[in-house]
Design a protein around this ligand. Structure first.
Ligand code: SF4
Length: 577
């Protein structure tokens, strides 16, 4: 069946040519304008599409995921926290204001994954039948002729690593902001009124079946995994009103399946690699085949984003050093240097950011860092003590060689698990020397973690105490797509004293490194909140809170000196590129 036939009913319903209908439309519009009810900063013609039947396929994401947080990626973590007593409107205004809309009310920018799905659906169903909109404008596009609302969700129910950890730690009660906004989206009046099929995909889609929330949220189908090979068939069936499975595991994509985006992505995102291949057992990207996109493919997306003034080129990857990597995970210096130089020359690119990187390639080729650092630091959005610095997230995970061998033996390739401490300390040192200060994620409660493993983690943290790093300790979460999906999540009530020590050491170190001037205030706040957290989490929180406060030595009448010595770097892998 051709798409024209498929949407025949839609075309009829969409007709807005009759003079009577036009008059009604215009007078309604004028009164709305007069009363100031037309929202957003768009609407050159004020067309209310839903009035005329709606668009067959409407794509969207929650308000929190449709914002670029004013290009502040750290602020984007706010979505993982519960609101507590802070009003939602205030957080929204401060942190995730709606990005501008285009003249017809469609979204100027949208999450990258959603833009990929949009590009695939436009190819298949035609531009006139697919639209991506901000939730604020949903009622203008969802109508009786809307067959499907496709929603992208990074963290639909606040159940990802960061949300689970900090929602429970802060103990303010209530749901994470990500969940609040997602629930608000799926219960949008336009969706409830016209009852199109609701299909949810994206990195956080797995949480819906996992938490048995599909019926409660009226979600027809959840798609888990990559979109390219699956999404057309799913939407085709949905548009035709055919049966669909409630949960669909998608087919793996191939490089040739992946189109370039048609409209700008938030943060100016452009994918440079997909997949990983280092096989960390808790991680989902490793389940995807590693591909590097051709430079022209990447630049096409960077240029499209820059033309629409995203200002930033966010080069999406699970590890920038995987880009056209050589054998044994040896980085490809020529290809990376060319990539960074080419992107930096695109007109309108003020900032370049890479989300993730790994340690081992830094040790394999320190010269690579020296070569790319000047450009990525110059194009970094971060400043500290008056100078620019770049950053990316790196998986520190644990200091335990035993756990590295068990779950992440590929993470430090071409080196050996026994060299993990040296790989991490040397890489962080090289990066720091080049003004690249990584955000280090650390997983607490990997399955089978023992006291000696936690001690090893504390030891490795201590070895980095003089470096400029930002710590992000998180609880182990078994994601649906990972090899450890059958294991239990780590939770606050199972934290041992030593694991509390890891958490508090990380946060004490963050304040000491980045906001030393706030120490008196942190001390005061810690003392004030202690009774609440004592009640909430038990007496075990005394020591961690005192550590975070910076008053541990004073109040506990003893000084805990680190007795660990930094060992000399012993990396000596014989690797050839
Ligand atoms: S190195 Fe990172 S992206 Fe690759 S498998 Fe491990 S955790 Fe996942």
């Amino acid at each position: 069946m051709t798409m024209r036939k498929l949407f025949r009913g839609v075309d009829r319903g969409n007709s807005s040519g009759s003079p009577r209908k036009m008059r009604t439309h215009v007078s309604k519009l004028l009164s709305l304008r007069f009363l100031g009810f037309i929202r957003g900063n768009s609407d050159g013609n004020g067309m209310d599409v839903a009035e005329d039947g709606g668009v067959p396929i409407v794509l969207t994401a929650s308000e929190v995921e449709m914002s670029d947080f004013n290009l502040n990626l750290v602020a984007a973590f706010a979505g993982s926290f519960p609101l507590g007593f802070v009003p939602r409107w205030l957080i929204k205004r401060m942190l995730y204001p709606a990005d501008p809309f285009d003249e017809n009310g469609t979204a100027s920018f949208a999450p990258y994954g959603l833009r990929k799905v949009e590009a695939i659906l436009i190819r298949e169903f035609g531009r006139e039948n697919v639209v991506t909109v901000h939730p604020r404008n949903l009622e203008r596009f969802v109508g009786p002729n809307t067959k499907v609302v496709g929603i992208s969700a990074m963290d639909s129910l606040g159940h990802a690593f960061v949300s689970r950890t900090y929602a429970s730690l802060l103990g303010l009660g209530g749901k994470a902001l990500n969940r609040i906004e997602f629930e608000k989206l799926v219960s949008h009046p336009a969706i409830l009124k016209y009852r199109p099929r609701v299909i949810v995909g994206g990195a956080g889609a797995w949480q819906i079946p996992e938490l048995h929330m599909q019926d409660a949220l009226h979600i027809d189908t959840v798609v888990i995994g990559q979109a390219e090979r699956t999404v057309v068939e799913v939407f085709r069936r949905a548009v035709k009103g055919e049966e669909l499975d409630r949960v669909i595991m998608s087919e793996p994509s191939k490089l040739e399946d992946v189109p370039t985006i048609e409209n700008p992505a938030l943060y100016g995102a452009a994918e440079i690699t997909r997949g990983c291949g280092r096989n960390c057992a808790f991680c989902s990207p490793t389940m995807r085949r590693l591909v590097s996109f051709p430079l022209e493919h990447i630049l096409k997306e960077v240029r499209l984003n820059a033309k629409r003034r995203t200002r930033s080129a966010f080069l999406q990857t699970d590890d920038l050093f995987l880009y056209k990597k050589k054998e044994h995970f040896y980085p490809n210096r020529e290809a990376l240097v060319k990539l960074v130089e080419s992107v930096s020359k695109v007109e309108g690119v003020e900032y370049i950011q890479f989300p993730h990187a790994s340690f081992a390639p830094v040790c394999c080729d320190p010269g690579l860092i020296e070569e790319i650092a000047p450009t990525i630091v110059e194009k970094a959005p971060w400043r500290w003590n008056g100078s620019r610095m770049a950053s990316f997230e790196m998986g520190f995970e644990t200091g335990s060689v035993r756990l590295m061998k068990k779950y992440m033996a590929g993470k430090m390739l071409p080196f050996k698990p026994e060299q993990w401490h040296d790989v991490v300390t040397q890489a962080v040192g090289i990066l720091d020397d080049n003004d690249i200060c990584p955000l280090l994620t650390l997983v607490i409660g990997l399955p089978g973690e023992q006291e000696e493993d936690t001690n090893a983690t504390l030891e490795l943290i201590s070895k980095l105490k003089d470096n400029r790093v930002m710590w992000a300790p998180i609880f182990f979460t078994s994601e649906e797509e990972s090899l450890l999906r059958k294991h239990k999540h780590m939770s606050l009530r199972n934290l041992t004293d030593l694991q509390w020590e890891v958490l508090s050491t990380c946060w004490r170190s963050n304040f000491d490194t980045w906001k030393r001037q706030l120490n008196p205030m942190i001390s005061l706040i810690s003392l004030l909140v202690y009774p609440y957290y004592r009640l909430k989490h038990g007496k075990g929180v005394f020591r961690p809170i005192m550590k975070i406060s910076g008053l541990e030595d004073v109040l506990m009448s003893r000084r805990q000196e680190a007795t660990l010595q930094n060992s000399h770097c012993t990396i000596s892998a014989n690797v050839t590129g």
